[in-house]
Every structure is written in C-alpha cells, then in structure tokens.
Ligand binder design. Structure first.
Ligand SMILES: CCC[C@H](NC(C)=O)C(=O)O
Ligand SMILES: NC(=O)OP(=O)(O)O
Length: 326
C-alpha cells in the first residue's frame, strides 16, 4: 500500500476491519515493524483526533513521529507550475514535498478544500502534487474530497457494535447518513468518504445504506452510487440501526450554505422513529445546532467509541505500509 486515500486502496474491507480489531486486542504486537522508521504528519488545517490517533498508532508500531503545522509554521507554498514566484508564495510544493520525503519513510497530509472552485478541489490538485513530489507512501489525513481514516474507523465501529441477535434487529444494519444544519460552509469530504465506504460495504452484503439530505445538498454520484437517496429525514430514519450525522455544504451550488426546511437536527423525538439506532458523528460537532446534547449525552451515542477507533484504523493502515517497506 503506497497510498491510502479511499476505500479503493483496500483489497478486502472485511479483512481490513478484522485486522484493525486484532490490533485493538493487541496494540503492541508489532513494535519491531516501525523501528527506525519515521512518520511525518503534515497539516494544512486544524485537527485533534487525526493528529493524536495517527501519532499514537505510529508509536504503537515503534515508529518515530514528526508533526508539521504547515499552515502556521511552514512557508507559504506555491502549487502552480510555470509561474514567477514574485508574490506571497515562498516555496514550491515540488521542493517542500520532496524535502519532507527525504526525512520521512511515510507521510500523512491534511489539506481541506478551498470551497471556491469545484474542479480544482475535486481534482485534488494540492494532494495529488504532494503525492507526486514527496516520493514516499502517503496516508490521507483528510483531503478535499475524502477522509478515509475516518470512514474506516466508522465501519469498524458499526461492525463491532452490530448485534444481529438483538430483538427486532434487521438482517443487516440499516445505516443512514443524515445531513445536519451548521452555520459555516463545511467540506463534502467526510460524507463523500463515508458514502463510498458504506456503498462498498453494501456491495459486500454487510449493511444497507441510505443518504438523507435536503434538496440541493446531493453529494457527487462518484461517491454515492448504490445508496438509497431520501429527501425526507423521517422517512429515512424509519427502522434505522445507525444514524451518521454530518453537515456539508452544497456540491451542486459549490461551497454554498443553502436554505433548508426545519427539522434536520437529530434529537430524541426523531430517534423514536428508528430501531433504537446508535448515533455517530466524526467530531468536532456543534452541540444543539448539528446534533442535540440529549443524544450526545445519551445511551445511543457512539461518538467517543467511534473516535477511539480512529487509532486502530490508523494503526492498520500504517502496519500495512510498513510491511511493504521491509
Ligand atoms: C473531521 C471533520 C473536519 C471538518 N470539520 C470542520 C468543522 O471543518 C469537515 O467537516 O470536513
Ligand atoms: N474526525 C476528525 O478527523 O477529527 P479532527 O479534525 O479533530 O482530526
């Protein structure tokens, strides 16, 4: 594995989930694998979970770790070729990425979209150039269009908490990605990635997947083919086993926050329509705007366990990359 950016980089997702759960059971079983190997984590945007869980995963594997907040501590990077750098940019990504590849055996990169130009964001211009020039394996820490470590952890969480013997359980878990309100324009990366992983899991007969969003918030079909699309939240919630709550800005009217009907924030009343569903969110979450406190503080929330599984997702990815460096 030279690149981890999407579910398409994983040959067998069922096996990968089991690999991650085996690491959860024996976190220090592979300390020799990362000896004298360095992981570099490069952030163009803020992070809590991704930063801490990926660092810890590397340490569990015996790696050294360096973290660079390029947005605050690095030079302003130029990504265009053939331009005279006489403006605000100080260093070209060609040199910066290649130098980081000199110091690190594996690199991780977080680079959010600008949400201005859809083609530029969806071509993953920054991420693609970084991969091209750094010369070492790269793990996405969330790019413009995907967040694979989050989605892998989400699938691990669904798999380890699903109880087919529960009274009234569906044959397979009904999983619903439910759009939620926000006050800022957020990327589509998390829902794109979640949808991509859930559609793959649905193909593997692991679950049934529905996406519920207001008109105008449809995601790109590149990520949602196979999902059932609903525009009425309560219809989608009917009989659901897992509700994955997340806000995203419009893909169609790119980067825009559109008006939407009332009633899109999950609360206990809406939870009553489900099959006593577990509620997930990647965090950070805006309490009582995106998701109600009564759910976050209640028995149906999985958000902390879900965040905990980010460690095992990252450790499974790094272990796979290290095994190929041997
Ligand atoms: C893990 C989520 C990161 C980011 N969230 C915010 C608040 O920018 C997003 O919605 O993509
Ligand atoms: N869910 C997630 O990736 O959180 P951070 O943005 O805090 O890393």
């Amino acid at each position: 594995m030279k690149l981890f950016t999407s579910v398409h980089d994983v040959p067998n997702i069922k096996q990968f989930v089991n690999d991650a759960l085996a690491l959860k059971a024996s976190p220090y079983a592979n300390q020799d694998l990362g000896k004298n190997k360095t992981l570099g984590l490069v952030f163009m945007n803020p992070s809590l979970r991704t930063r801490l869980s990926t660092q810890k995963a590397a340490l569990n594997l015996g790696m050294n770790v360096m973290v660079m907040n390029m947005d605050k501590e690095g030079w302003a990077l130029e990504t265009q070729d053939g331009v005279v750098m006489n403006g605000s940019t100080v260093e070209h990504i060609r040199e910066a990425a290649a130098v980081m590849g000199e110091y690190c055996d594996i690199l991780g990169l977080r680079s959010f979209p600008k949400l201005n130009n859809r083609d530029e964001d969806y071509n993953e211009d920054f991420f693609t150039k970084f991969v091209q020039y750094c010369g070492v394996p790269v793990v996405s820490l969330e790019s413009a269009t995907r967040h694979p470590l989050q989605s892998f952890a989400d699938l691990i969480t669904i798999h380890e908490t699903w109880n087919p013997l529960r009274v009234g359980a569906n044959a397979k878990p009904k999983v619903v990605l439910a759009w939620a309100p926000h006050v800022k324009a957020l990327p589509q990366a998390v829902p794109n990635s979640f949808a991509e992983w859930m559609c793959k899991a649905q193909q593997e007969n692991m679950l049934d997947f529905t996406i519920a969003q207001p008109e105008g918030y449809e995601l790109s079909e590149d990520f949602t083919t196979g999902a059932k699309i609903e525009y009425d939240l309560e219809t989608a919630l009917n009989g659901a086993d897992y509700i994955y709550v997340k806000n995203w800005s419009s893909y169609k009217e790119y980067g825009k926050v559109l008006t939407y009907p009332d009633g899109w924030m999950m609360n206990n009343e809406k939870l009553g329509l489900t099959n006593d569903a577990k509620v997930m969110h990647c965090l950070p979450v805006r309490r009582d705007l995106e998701l109600s406190s009564e759910i976050l503080d209640g028995p149906n929330s999985l958000v902390i366990q879900e965040a905990g599984n980010r460690l095992w997702a990252a450790q499974a990815v790094l272990k796979t990359m290290l095994e190929e460096l041997k």
